[in-house]
Design a binder for this molecule. Structure first.
Ligand code: NAD
Length: 260
């Protein structure tokens, strides 16, 4: 990834930060985007002390079109190009049944997970078209290929991410731009830890252990594993994978009924 310029949204923690570590360790130049300014600053400090690479940080809410335009402009201004976009920022919303779901939360999930990813594509792709090169990874979820009870807007938004990924691959393959999505299962990040708190407020660790026991690997995923997959998809080593939604879930999304 030497000298490759990669934008990561939702870079301050979780999957975004884990990918930033892998990419920085391989020499990529990073534009880190997040709306949590404090956490973003901490992330930059940790990365700068561990790896020798150039890092730009931009505070932005990906659901705000102007913020997205600004992080794209700031990246081009500093580095002169954009080789890869890790369109990762997203939220889960609240767990609730479909007909009782809080409408404000519903709209917020769609604004961030669907529109945020779309704005990223809208403003990054023209830069990549001029370069005749680009690699994009959008973050869907197992909830983008399966239903998940009590998470209707999340599931709707993540299916949309998978759909937009296919269209971007169709439309811009001729410009040297390969676009894929990933569908993580339960990877132990702050977002997933919060979900276990909602499932069992008295004992979130028990909810975590119960969830892990259903996975074929009997474990939750490690954010680093996702970072490695994303790094490959964003690299020149990926020469022909495009339009796919790749599950990274220990095989869980292939289960039907009980597995041994
Ligand atoms: P996380 O909550 O641990 O981290 C998300 C980061 O994104 C945070 O730093 C947060 O501040 C930032 N963010 C959220 N909304 C933003 C916005 N509007 N603008 C800018 N920054 C924003 O979450 P995570 O688990 O690392 O999840 C990252 C992505 O992976 C999400 O799209 C999520 O839906 C997806 N995902 C995660 C899992 C998992 O198991 N962790 C599984 C499937 C999909």
């Amino acid at each position: 990834m030497e000298d490759q310029v990669i934008i990561i949204t939702g870079a301050a923690m979780g999957l975004g930060y884990a990918a930033a570590e892998v990419l920085a360790s391989k020499g990529a130049k990073l534009a880190l985007v997040d709306y949590n300014e404090e956490a973003l600053k901490e992330a930059e400090e940790k990365l700068s002390s561990a790896y020798q690479t150039e890092i730009l940080t931009v505070k932005a809410d990906v659901s705000n079109e102007n913020d997205v335009k600004n992080y794209v402009d700031a990246t081009v201004e500093k580095f002169g190009k954009i080789d890869g976009l890790y369109n990762n920022a997203g939220i889960e919303g609240k767990q609730a049944g479909m007909t009782e779901y809080d409408l404000e939360v519903f709209k917020k999930v769609i604004d961030i997970n669907l529109m945020g990813v779309y704005y990223g594509l809208r403003y990054v792709i023209p830069v990549m078209q001029k370069q005749k090169f680009g690699r994009i990874v959008n973050v869907a979820s197992v909830g983008g290929i399966r239903g998940v009870l009590n998470q209707t807007p999340y599931v709707a938004s993540k299916h949309a991410v998978s759909g937009m990924t296919k269209n971007a691959a169709l439309e811009f393959g001729k410009d040297g731009i390969l676009t894929n999505a990933i569908a993580p299962g339960a990877i132990l990040t702050p977002m997933v830890a919060e979900a276990f708190k909602q499932v069992n407020p008295d004992d979130p660790k028990a909810a975590e252990a119960q969830y892990a026991s259903r996975n074929p690997t009997r474990a939750l995923g490690d954010p680093k594993d996702v970072g490695n997959l994303v790094t490959f998809l964003l690299s020149k080593e990926n020469g022909y994978v495009s339009g796919q939604t790749i599950a990274i879930d220990g095989g869980e999304s292939n289960m039907y009924g009980n597995a041994e």
